[in-house]
Design a protein around this ligand. Structure first.
Ligand code: HEC
Length: 83
């Protein structure tokens, strides 16, 4: 389990371009530091009900995270977020 192998591809697929500074204007989530700093916010948002206005990915312009992808992020956090 690592940021490079497991987490970065999930964020790339589900949270770009909005959270990638070159094209997006929202809280950057495209780096290891950004993800570790905001991990609780991220987990909170992706686990909200789909109809919640705070649910991410925003307005479901991207595929919502499956339960198994959410588990991957939780496991990574619980393992002290290896790079
Ligand atoms: C289509 C664009 C879009 C996508 C895709 C998207 N977001 Fe967002 N995100 C937004 C917008 C707009 C806001 C600001 C409104 C709000 O806070 O709900 C936001 C806010 C957030 C915040 C709160 C930021 C803060 O400053 O507290 C988090 C955390 C977040 N998004 C996480 C994610 C994650 C994780 C993904 C991918 C699973 C994702 N977002 C995908 C547009 C997007």
């Amino acid at each position: 389990m690592s940021y490079q192998k497991d987490i970065s591809p999930i964020v790339m697929a589900h949270c770009s371009p909005c959270h990638f500074p070159d094209s997006g204007k929202k809280l950057p989530l495209n780096t290891y530091e950004a993800m570790t700093t905001n991990i609780e916010k991220v987990l909170f948002r992706v686990q909200l009900p789909l109809t919640d206005e705070k649910f991410m990915p925003w307005k479901s312009k991207k595929e919502p995270l499956s339960d198994s992808l959410i588990q991957v992020i939780k496991l990574w956090r619980d393992q002290a977020m290896p790079m």
